[in-house]
Design a protein around this ligand. Structure first.
Ligand code: ATP
Ligand code: MG
Length: 387
């Protein structure tokens, strides 16, 4: 029996006159995600995207990839049946046999978008329910908590029957909401922060500050690997690797030790802002969480923010480490994030960082540096990597 994939989306439906723009973008992103799978027919109708592969053996891989496409609320593998009640009953018995044999209870629900179909939804559900009970007498109907929910959709051209619907990644289609620069370290937090903003349809440009030779090639590769994991959700990602050692050495040489981290962070923000702006982005994203470390106290975050004029998004700001870790595990970045390669910040960390910094004092400390040439040189030395 023919199987196809139905993709359902949520928020996009609320976009009124702009809805086709979002739908077309989602289809474009789906096509990109399915690149390499030959001959997939894709069309949209009635708030659903249909995907029919040439080779049914591709269905599994298609679902696996679709689960990483933002904008999809759920994905179903549905059997295609003729729009005729007897055919629906006969087809459902056959294609759901395996699933229903293993279940104890079930319930049938019908959605009828073709209002010309002679039976109304409750009638379709009742008839199919009776037919399935007859075919699988071990089953009973449970309308509140069924083991299996059998769905029938009566649509334009065909009827579709399925049991399981898989959750999609949710959110909005990539590139539907502008672009942001993600300050990406090798830690746990910044990949999660990037994921959360990307999920809302924001394209990300990764920006990594690299402190060669204080940090190794392996540490850089780890960051690129993290970008690659995020890129699987966004259709790839570009990463700017910014040489940062010179700036760190200058700060260490000329500024008071307790201000090192914050001055360094302000450099990062300012460089990231310039790179982001040059690449068409409108905001920055960091993995900061209030109080996690000295540079993330409320005063410190204020001092950091003052280095830039772009909005700074910090989606994990109110999360505990454990909550961030949970997301990192779910999205697949955790295992890479905990690889034990050194981070530039740990090498240049002061013993007693100030936790209640005053902006004026930091600015006074910074005055010992000739900032502009340092920033310009770092940007000029930036290496771009596409993952
Ligand atoms: P993470 O787990 O993301 O590394 P963290 O808790 O270790 O975060 P910090 O090292 O203080 O925190 O960094 C705070 C934020 O600054 C990070 O989440 C990230 O957005 C950014 N950041 C830190 N180091 C770098 C770096 N080397 N390159 C790019 N961004 C960085
Ligand atoms: Mg870090």
């Amino acid at each position: 029996m023919k199987e196809i994939i139905l993709v359902k989306y949520g928020e996009i439906i609320l976009k009124g006159l702009n809805r086709p723009i979002f739908e077309d973008l989602l289809i474009k992103n789906i096509k990109r995600a399915l690149r390499g799978i030959a001959g997939v027919d894709i069309w949209k109708a009635q708030a659903t995207i249909y995907l029919a592969p040439q080779d049914p053996a591709d269905l599994g891989e298609m679902v696996r990839r679709l689960r990483k496409v933002f904008g999809i609320v759920y994905i179903v593998r549905a059997y295609v049946l003729p729009k005729d009640m007897a055919a629906i009953c006969a087809g459902a018995k056959e294609c759901l046999a395996e699933t229903l044999s293993a279940a104890g209870s079930f319930k049938v629900e019908c959605k009828r978008s073709d209002k010309k179909f002679p039976l109304k939804s409750p009638e379709v559900a009742r008839e199919l329910g009776a037919a399935l009970l007859e075919a699988f007498p071990h089953l009973h109907v449970d309308v509140h908590a069924p083991d299996k929910l059998v769905m029938v959709e009566i649509r334009d051209t065909d009827a579709y029957v399925y049991c399981d619907r898989l959750a999609g990644a949710g959110g909005m289609p990539t590139k539907s909401n502008g672009c942001a620069g993600l300050l990406l370290s090798g830690g746990i937090d910044s990949p999660v922060a990037g994921y959360m903003v990307a999920k809302r349809g924001v394209e990300l440009v990764g920006i990594h500050f690299f402190s060669h030779p204080y940090t190794s090639e392996r540490a850089k590769q780890k960051v690129l690997d993290l970008a690659g994991i995020l890129g699987a959700y966004t259709g790839g990602m570009r990463v700017a690797v910014v040489p940062f050692t010179e700036i760190q050495l200058e700060i260490r040489k000329h500024c008071p030790e307790e201000h090192l981290t914050l001055i360094m962070r302000r450099f990062m923000m300012e460089i990231a802002e310039r790179i982001t702006r040059k690449n068409g982005g409108q905001a920055l994203v960091t993995g900061e969480s209030i109080g996690q470390v000295a540079s993330q106290t409320i005063d410190a975050l204020g001092v950091t923010d003052a280095a830039v004029t772009m909005p700074v998004f910090r989606p994990v700001i109110g999360m505990d480490k454990e909550e961030i870790v949970q997301i990192a595990r779910r999205i697949g970045t955790f295992e890479t994030s905990i690889l034990p390669y050194e981070d530039c910040c740990t090498i240049f960390t002061p013993r007693h960082p100030s936790t209640k910094p005053k902006l004026e004092k930091i600015l006074a400390s910074e005055a010992a540096l000739d900032r502009e040439p340092l920033i310009t040189a770092a940007i000029a030395g930036t290496e771009w990597v596409t993952v």
